[in-house]
Every structure is written in C-alpha cells, then in structure tokens.
Design a protein around this ligand. Sequence first.
Ligand code: FES
Length: 347
Amino acid sequence: MSRLIIRSRREDITRFMNLVTDRIKKINEAEPKPVTGKYGVNVLADKLHPKTQTLVISDNRRLSEKTKILSLTPADGSLSFFRAGQSINIKNGSFSSPFPLLSAPGEKKYEIAVFTDANDNVSKHLFELPVGSVIEASGPEGLFYYSPLRDKKTVIAVCTSEGIAPIISMAKSEDFNLKIIYCDKSQKFVFKELLNGFTVEYTNEFSSEYIPSDCSVFISGPADFCENVSSRLKLEAGRARIHIALPAQTENLPDAEYKCTVIYRDKKFEFSCFGNETVLAAFERNSIPSPAKCKVGECGFCRCRLIEGKVNTVTTAGIDSRRKADKKYDFIHPCRAFAESDITLAL
Ligand code: FES
C-alpha cells in the first residue's frame, strides 16, 4: 500500500488558529448596514448551476419514425456546466421528466433524445414541438457519471436505445476507455449513426461474457433491463452505476383504483390513484404541487411521509435509495412507490 504524506505549513496553522479572532474583528469593523444584493460567489454559483433555465429548441432531427434528437440552446446565451451522464428535468404543465444529455461537456448546446412511443407525457409533447419553441428546464443534475476516484479506467456500458443518451455523452467526453454493449431485441439500433468511431458491440441479447473482471460497469435502460443485467453479473457493491430510463415498468402491477389523500400545509386534496401508476404520476395527473427531479428514487426531491395505507416501494437491482431513517419513519419516494391500498400522505 502506498503512503500519502501531507506536511502542513506553519503559516497555514497560524491562519487557522486566528480564524475566529480575525472574523470577529472584521464583523466589528464592518458598517452596521444590511447586506443588499448577492455575493459574487453566489452569482457565479447560480450561473454555473441554475435551478431553472429557459431553453430554445434550435434543431429537431429525426432518427427514426419514433425517435428524435432535439438541440436546445440557452435563451440567455450561457450554457450551464454539466458532467457527461447528467440529466435536465423538463416540465410540461404539472408533468415533468428527466432527460439525459447526449451532448458532451464543452459543446455549445444540449442535445436530448425524445420518443413518441414513450409512455411519458413530456417526451410526447417535446416530440411535437417545432424549432423555435421555448421550454423551461432544471439545471443539469444526477449521479450517473464517471468519476476517476471511484471508477476504473476501463468502463463497460451496457444499454438499450432508451438508456443510450448518457452513454453517448460519456463516449464523446473521452475521459476513460469505454466499450458500449448496445442491446436491442428488435436489432434496429436507431442510435447507430451517432456511434461512429466508438467501441461498440451490437447484440440482441446481453451476455455476461462481455464483462472483463477489472472494469467498472454502467447499466442504462428500463428498470427490468437494469435488474436483469445486474443480477446476471452478480456485481459486488459499488462496481456498477445504474441509470433507469423512464417510464417506470408497470405491466405486472394490478390496475386497482384507490383513494389518495394528500395533506399539503393547510390544504387537503383527495383523488384517485391506480395500483399500476407511480404515486407521483397520480400527483401530476391531479396537479398536486409536488417537487420532483430524477423520478427514479435517487435525488430524494419528491420525498414525503406516508401517514396511512400501504405502498410498494420498488427497488431496482436490490437498491432502495431511501435513507435508513426514512424507511423506519415511513418516508417514501412517490416516484418509486405504487399504492396497494387507500393512502394518506403529508407533503
Ligand atoms: S424525483 Fe428523485 S427521488 Fe423522486
């Protein structure tokens, strides 16, 4: 094991020891006026990582009958920073969906893939929008990206067409050795023209023979695909990154209708939800003001408390990303929960 030696400088220690005294002195010397405006560092942070941004559809390219690539340019001219593999969340009324960026960091625009056959309101809406349309999106976010401190230099990415966008972004960014295993049962491989020059294995079915032992694995596709690949690989914890492409898999769930009651501050909402839609989808259908970003149980942004009733909190590859305390005190992620009885929730 190699040793890392850190030597401290005496000046640094002295500065640290005097930190509190210097701060009190500066506070006492300052004028007793309230601070107005924003600190420069906060202005820069907002610019690099905006909460929302206005984007214009500058190009709209058809890859197949049901798939398009949209180019999005910022209305104010400045594109916020992102890492290859991250997503932006786009709103359409009370509905929202995350879209992984398939452009690479450093490009002057965002690119996303939209599907007209997706069971997703926002993707269908974007598919029909003409060039020049203006949309609202979140800043880029998400944890599905390569990290040299965490991941190996060689990465195998196993994906389907629904999950290939973040993998293309990673392939373009060239930070590491990437081999893509592109799985498509229909053998159409609609994103093939975007993969020229990259190392790609095209297959109709994934085989674990593709994975050497000394590599990191990124899996991206619908939930059942991610489950299947990760369970066949039997990867030890931490070796695989998983990105679930929306929408959630619901075919095997009962379509029973339940009553959902939501308490939000001093208001109470009552509406129906179905056993084969996520609780968050029922919120959106009924215009309940619930925040959401990733919609796959990762960010915790939609977290709320289950006061009464039973939900199925779905896991993927055995991962339930809620904190231990959340599980103990009945906090759920509505984006990854399906009602199994009448339910009452506090937002
Ligand atoms: S939206 Fe991210 S955890 Fe639900």
